[in-house]
Design a protein around this ligand. Sequence first.
Ligand code: ADP
Ligand code: 5GP
Length: 226
Amino acid sequence: MSIQRGSLVIISSPSGAGKTTLSHKLLGEFVDAVKFSVSYTTRPIRHSEVDGVDYNFVTEQRFEEMVDAGEFAEWAIVHGNRYGTSRAVVEGALTEGHDVVFDVDWQGGQELSKQWPSDALMIFVLPPDLQILEERLRRRATDAEDVIDRRLKMAIEEIGHHDIYPHKIVNDDLEEAYSVLRAVYLCRRWGDQAPKEVQALVAENHAANVGAHADRLTSDGSDPYA
Ligand code: ADP
Ligand code: 5GP
């Protein structure tokens, strides 16, 4: 019996939009079916993080060695630090049949979907507006003030790449946003066999034209960070 290939569930967003929160909910609900791709990074660890769980925290030198050894499926510089996705994790998903969530920026999303176009499920999470994004970043209080400012400026750039992602979700009310993410995932997994109400939720979300919302966020004259 052949093992079904797993999907690469790629979730991107500007920092603070809620992709970690949403990913954790998906991982919590589908514990046996979905794993998390623990990236490698050279960024300093935050007090709330656990090495090997949230990220594998490595030195610049170690990261460089891994690049040279071809251990990354993709890597990128984000907010001045390096982040990379383990090639072994991607291959495990494809050969062992479990789905894997990748929390990567648009560069990582683009690269993974280029290499595995039919395995990638591309989802972009958007904030309702930029003021709320700032509030969430400040409330999270895991970054220094200058880091938060840098992340806010980068948010506009990240949102500018939303076109790479066929699925876009506005994270205003968390439970509503999660029900859409869950529906997108279930439709991928079960196709036409997914419950009708779940299929309807995905269709409704497409019809809502979240892309136009993303375009407004990047072009809105009132945006203080543009
Ligand atoms: P990201 O991973 O995209 O940087 P997080 O998931 O860390 O974002 O979320 C940033 C902050 O916003 C966290 O403190 C989180 O608890 C909060 N948050 C996430 N989603 C919502 C939501 N829908 N409403 C209010 N706060 C939220
Ligand atoms: P943070 O430092 O807030 O955890 O993450 C910063 C950004 O790096 C986020 O947009 C996150 O999605 C992205 N990121 C995390 N891991 C990877 C990775 O392995 N590759 C790429 N390209 N981006 C990543």
